[in-house]
Design a protein around this ligand. Structure first.
Ligand code: SF4
Length: 281
């Protein structure tokens, strides 16, 4: 895993702020979502949406979580290969036994819905939770949103949109770096592979302050090739019925590493129990 976040080329020319006067001197033309959304919010501070938008969002709330097994999901791109294979095979995951963890997860869902209502109402995106698949590579992605950029540097380009709520420290680190984290970069690569889109907007919102950074990522064919190769390798593991080995840090059961964070990790978890191939798939 490289130590340096490198998602390139990334264009970041605007940082959305809570005060209108901060917009002065930035370059709203270089981003797709945040500047237009700030402008919309200043004119429409109350949450008011057309009934069809609430209906669309309501359908998402009422939708049962999708069964993601038998496919490789873009949201898992960048995770350990073995983890992605165990997810594909629908192996048992550790339940989230902490109410706090469940609250964090639910909060993330509603933050996404808040943004989706806002961006649909502002006419910045056209659709939400849009499913794209690539059956040949058993791959799928559910896009937070998609649309066609209106004006500015990207005017006329079809774009995908990915939203992330970030803890203060990671929000600040990514804002300073001018790029989202490595895992988000890989997710976007796979989403670009599946959609064919050339640009992607990633909005990071600070969970404590609601400050927003936006990163516009341009398609980079060498990265798309890497995303494709990773999927080919994952598919080969499934076809040959041979899982990738455990990460060395997980073999050592490193207390601060993935072994205890991963839904398949832990003593007695699916990862340890599966060996080179689980008994039941
Ligand atoms: S426990 Fe570690 S090696 Fe096993 S699937 Fe999870 S991250 Fe990968």
């Amino acid at each position: 895993m490289p130590a340096v976040v490198k998602v390139s080329p990334v264009i970041k020319g605007y940082r959305a702020h809570k005060y209108a006067y901060d917009l002065i001197g930035t370059d709203p033309d270089s981003v797709i979502v945040s500047a237009a959304y700030d402008e919309y919010l200043l004119k429409n501070p109350d949450v008011v949406a057309r009934p069809e938008i609430f209906e669309k969002v309501m359908r998402e709330i009422l939708n049962k979580p999708r069964d993601r097994s038998r496919s490789f999901s873009a949201s898992s791109a960048g995770y350990c290969m073995r983890r992605q294979e165990l997810a594909f095979l629908g192996q048992r995951q550790k339940p989230n036994l902490e109410p706090r963890g469940i609250r964090i997860f639910n909060n993330g869902t509603f933050v996404h819905l808040r943004w989706q209502i806002g961006l649909l109402s502002a006419g910045i995106i056209d659709d939400i939770e849009f499913l794209v698949t690539m059956p040949k590579l058993r791959a799928r992605a559910s896009l937070d949103g998609l649309g066609t950029a209106v004006g500015g540097r990207w005017g006329g380009a079809d774009f995908g949109w990915e939203h992330k709520g970030r803890m203060s420290f990671s929000w600040a680190a990514q804002d300073r770096a001018g790029a989202p984290d490595v895992k988000t970069g890989k997710q976007v690569d796979m989403q670009m592979l599946l959609t064919g889109f050339d640009v992607w907007s990633v909005t990071n919102e600070n969970k404590d302050t609601q400050e927003v950074s936006e990163f516009v990522i341009q398609r980079d064919e060498s990265r798309i090739k890497d995303a494709r190769n990773e999927l080919v390798e994952l598919n080969a593991a499934i076809d040959k019925q041979r899982l990738h080995p455990m990460l060395p840090e997980c073999v050592k059961q490193n207390k601060t590493g993935e072994f205890f964070k991963c839904p398949f990790g832990g003593v007695g978890g699916a990862c340890i129990n599966s060996g080179s191939w689980p008994n039941r798939t």
